[in-house]
Design a protein around this ligand. Sequence first.
Ligand SMILES: Cc1cc2nc3c(=O)[nH]c(=O)nc-3n(C[C@H](O)[C@H](O)[C@H](O)COP(=O)(O)O)c2cc1C
Length: 165
Amino acid sequence: MKTIKPEELKDNVFDLIGKQWMLVGASDGEKANAMTASWGGAGVLWGKNVAFVFVRPQRYTKEFIDRSDKISLSFFTEDYRKMLSYMGTVSGRDEDKIEKSNLHVSLEEGAPVFEESRMTFVCRKLYEQEMEESCFTDTAQIEKWYPGKDYHTMYVVEIEKVLVK
Ligand SMILES: Cc1cc2nc3c(=O)[nH]c(=O)nc-3n(C[C@H](O)[C@H](O)[C@H](O)COP(=O)(O)O)c2cc1C
């Protein structure tokens, strides 16, 4: 893996996150967990290169994100689509998803890095906020996405390192 600057990224972020999907991972130092995500983005805030991800309260991964100040966003080649579907439908509470997916994980500054990933963002949490019903300007989104009122928590994270193969 080599390190590049976020400014050197060639990927189209809409395709990268929305279509290719990513793993959002975190570790408590002993164990790591990760889940698939296709909502989020990357840009600039507070003079920093940031990413933002949205995690529902019931995700096991959220417990790990909340216990760490580092998270990782991992991207894979199309060969790993099945793995991403699995990591996005089964909870780490029920199965050791990382082992079952034959993923090899190590920690980079406290954030899980998967050997199989083609690109990993090592990120530091900057800001988190639970979405609130009263803040929706378009209330149609509430009916469509939150029948269970399980509003996402938004995490804004600084992209500290971009590792590429
Ligand atoms: C393509 C895809 C995209 C997903 N995007 C998100 C997302 O952005 N935020 C979220 O909270 N859950 C998302 N999920 C659902 C979680 O990945 C899923 O509930 C997962 O099983 C949670 O695992 P965990 O309990 O081990 O954290 C997505 C699932 C799939 C298949």
